[in-house]
Design a protein. Structure first.
Length: 202
């Protein structure tokens, strides 16, 4: 299942030199309970960034991110991000289960030197419009709403459905995960193929 906010008209940098945006977050909800295997965001590289970028998942309290990190995505080399806006996928190798109707937050951060000229900028919608959350920033000690008017980052959050174990047919001994299917941009399913091991002839 796919949950998203995909309108954008401007971008905003993270890890600013004044230390007020060490992390940038978007709160969100999912309509189906299940593990979250990856999240897409939209952003670009400004200048030349030397370091890694990754996403973190958080619970929320009173709408804002709170507590420890629930899950951490793979780290990607930020220098490989385009200088033009692109969709960036962050996979979670150990997906955490998100509950329907509960507010969570994803946060983008990194380990490059804080800068206003060499950084990653996230695409966002200045008018807001996403009804189940808004964006926040973290200054190293506290989270705060990014804009009093309410803005939302571009994102797509995926939830795996129908992830039940495969029952092997008679005569089949192996299976493999081929990938995921996004049916009409609504459902995300695991697809499997089985391999037959034929008995040797006498």
């Amino acid at each position: 299942m796919l949950f998203r906010s995909t309108t954008d008209d401007q971008d905003r940098g993270i890890r600013s030199v004044d230390g007020t945006r060490k992390k940038a977050a978007q709160t969100f909800q999912v309509g189906t309970t299940g593990p979250c295997p990856f999240i897409d965001i939209k952003g670009k590289q400004l200048g030349t960034v030397s370091g890694n970028a990754w996403l973190e998942l958080y619970a929320t309290s009173a709408g804002a991110p709170t507590g420890g990190v629930l899950a951490t995505s793979d780290k990607i080399d930020a220098s490989l991000i385009s200088t033009s806006a692109q969709i960036i996928r962050f996979p979670f190798r150990n997906p955490v289960t998100l509950n329907s109707g509960t507010t969570y937050a994803w946060a983008l951060t990194g380990d490059w030197t804080e800068s206003d000229t060499n950084t990653i900028r996230l695409r966002e919608n200045s008018a807001g419009g996403y009804g189940s959350g808004q964006n926040y920033v973290y200054n190293g000690s506290a989270w705060s709403v990014l804009s009093s008017g309410g803005t939302d980052f571009w994102f797509k959050t995926y939830i795996t459905e129908n992830d039940t174990a495969v029952t092997m047919p008679t005569g089949y001994t192996q299976k493999a995960l081929i990938g995921y299917v996004d049916r009409k941009s609504t459902r995300l399913n695991s697809s499997h193929v089985s391999e037959s091991r034929m008995p040797s002839s006498a």
